[in-house]
Design a protein around this ligand. Structure first.
Ligand code: SF4
Length: 124
């Protein structure tokens, strides 16, 4: 009985000491930015969405039309400088003052410097 009371007292003493250390450590870590390095924070942070460019807005398009843009991997900036919408036979020139043109294949705004896998060289 006496041993149990002694053990309980010892346990409570250790527990309160450990709690004080834990609270102190968490306070210090919080003050230092949570104890994470900049690299750890960046690695855990969700990737920032790419900056929206002017011709990626699919507002008003049907799900099918959006799916078509996605299936043809349309992008606003071509990965191949030699192939872009402006020199594609399917490109529809932008109206004067507009930054986006159109496409005979894909619905929605199309960037002159865009690209999709259906690129076909314009006839010169
Ligand atoms: S077919 Fe593709 S590459 Fe050609 S204009 Fe349309 S989106 Fe651009």
């Amino acid at each position: 009985m006496d041993t149990k009371a002694h053990n309980r007292r010892e346990f409570l003493k250790r527990f309160s000491a450990a709690s004080a250390v834990g609270i102190g450590a968490s306070t210090v870590l919080a003050a230092c930015g949570g104890g994470e390095s900049a690299n750890e924070t960046a690695a855990e942070a969700p990737a920032a969405a790419p900056a929206a460019t002017g011709c990626m807005d699919t507002t008003g398009l049907t799900e099918q039309e959006i799916a078509m843009r996605n299936s043809l991997a349309y992008v606003d900036v071509t990965p191949d400088p030699a192939k872009n919408c402006l020199n594609c036979s399917l490109y529809l020139a932008a109206a004067p003052g507009a930054s986006c043109g159109g496409c005979n294949l894909l619905k929605g705004p199309i960037a002159p410097n865009g690209y999709c896998i259906s690129w076909a060289p314009a006839q010169t």
